[in-house]
Ligand binder design. Sequence first.
Ligand code: ADP
Ligand code: ZN
Length: 729
Amino acid sequence: MSAQSWFDEGARLSVLTAEPIGRPLDYLAPEGGCFLGAFVEVPLGPRKVMGVVWGAGDGRFEAARLRSVYRVLDVPPMSEELRAFLIRMGEYTMTSLPAMLRLATRTPGLFDAPGARKVFRLGETLPDRMTDARERVLEVLRDHGGAGFYLGELAQAAGVTTQVVKGLAKAGALIEAEVPRDAPYPRLDPLRAGKALSDDQAQAAAALRESGGRFGTVLLKGVTGSGKTEVYLEAVAECLKRGRQALVLLPEIALTSEFLARVEERFGARPGEWHSGATQSERRRLWKMAALGEVQLVVGARSALFLPFRDLGLIVVDEEHDTSYKQEEGALYSARDMAVLRASYADAQVVLASATPSLESWVNAETGKYKRVDLAARFGASQLPDMRAIDMRDERIENVHWISPSLVGAVLDRISKGEQAMLFLNRRGYAPVTICRACGHQIGCDHCDARMVEHRFLKRLVCHQCGETKPIPTACPSCNVEGRLAPVGPGVERLAEEVAERFPDARVAVLSSDLFTTARALKDAIETIAQGGADIIIGTQIVAKGHNFPKLTLVGVIDADLGLQGSDLRAAERTFQLMRQVAGRAGRAEKPGVALLQTYQPEHPVIRAILGGDEEAFWRAEAAQREAQGVPPYGRMAGIILSGPEVQPLFEIGNDLARRTGPLQQIGAQVFGPAPAPIARVRGRHRVRLLVKADKSAPLQRALKAWVRQVKLPNQVRLQIDIDPQSFL
Ligand code: ADP
Ligand code: ZN
């Protein structure tokens, strides 16, 4: 390291804090000195805040005017690798350094003295008197209570006052325990034998092992059910044998439990878990153990990317195409891309696993930037499902019904054989639109440019943008006529009604994220289904993600055309991925499966590509089209979102920007807009967007910075830059 790495007492140093100041501030090193990267507590005005020693002070201020660092916190200093990553990612995503530091230290209680706090765990007895509030507390603990919750944390998670928690403790229903000193995780044993691999799998595993141990990215493309997990666990084993740490990112908490069980089976112990369902004390422990090198494997959501690993040797991004890897609020980033960036600093291997890779990754593999490893067949006897279209133009379907006679027949056939059928509709709720048959008014959200969706189960209308709910009115809010409001179109709840009517004897399960209040309830439902506890499964896109339902042999897609509308440049790619993933749920065990897609446009090139099964042809065609248009991954884009309470000033600023494009012209970039964003209002804030398109090699961020600096933002107006936008919200 060329920079100074130790500061003697009284030396000038600069400290980066997570406060929105923008730049590191100068201080004097505390008594006893400190390392570069040390986590410290510093005075800031009248407050004490956490910061990281970021470098030498710049000497601009007299030492006499500088204040001293209060104390060095009892955690290992931030590594050079993590600091370099945060700086580079901040530049790339145009996120300020303090905001980057917040990402890397988002663990409340991190700086508390260890072992000093009490947690609450589930007791043995139930209280004599049960109330709703008490029930909720117990529910939270039953769901993710293992490590225990801090008092405030538990009250908040259950939505009750701390008195309720204390009352339960007094009644013996909760146990108070001292948090043990943050303990190392049980050791995983990478030498234990894994499952016997098929030839294909063994070859793929060897390829991963061979390219491991250093920076490099492998696209592991394997059809659904080919055993990608088994294969990348071999890469994990190799990494652990080298004594380095591994990180596996999953797109969905609901998938974690199955994965944890597989890790335990493979390595004899459980890895560290990092996600929103983990308790604060657990996350604090994991953060520290990552820094100390006392956790070998971490499974987590995208924010696990910012953990202070001591020696990160491997990052696996499972289901790498999944849209949930894009963080769409606060700091805007793609966890997949940032995984590759972090790995480049950590000299780690990256494995991107998917049956339907993102076009970006596919192209990177084509051009040789990534290595590609394929698993072409399902593991064992299981076959890929046969995919066919149901041409809805030929089906005689009754009004207010959505399941075609052909699909009804296919479902009956499966359930009569004791197999399961799944009906997929990517729409939550009962009906997407509620219309007044008297005046034509459609009920919208008061705060968003979105229609309210009827949720009959909740007995409310819900805005899927902001979450606002209201009771279902009996009279039209526009014309006041009573009794003429009617639902239009199907959501999964309405589909469930039709299923009940058509298949009165079948056991039906509806899987939609909003029908489960806790991750555990969803997990239980999934397990019940996997064990055969339902004949017909109705689901939204949560069913498309990686679950194993061995008895499932038929997937019916209610509306395969749904994703094809809209101007999103990724519409075709997304539909292709979603349809193939959903279809991939069928026939994962011995019995072959079939997927039937209801469509009004079977000739549509995307539908034909989905059915044709020639995936490479689809990606090639899609890539050629993007290249011709100069859009990602062949060109670069940035979205500029202006938001504020009034729409007029947003357009004024937008137009101003659109006129003063000098800095962008210098790099040959084009500007489109301003235009109302596709979702023009969210939570009462209007949204206007511009789109910038540039060559792949152009220094886009620098130009954007110079460009937006030209305008002054009024109070209340926010300007956000989204580099590599994924959706066009
Ligand atoms: P993918 O992630 O590619 O969809 P999985 O890794 O989930 O596939 O594997 C699909 C199923 O096949 C799982 O139930 C898994 O346990 C099983 N499986 C895969 N490979 C093997 C193997 N080598 N030996 C035994 N079972 C395997
Ligand atoms: Zn809303």
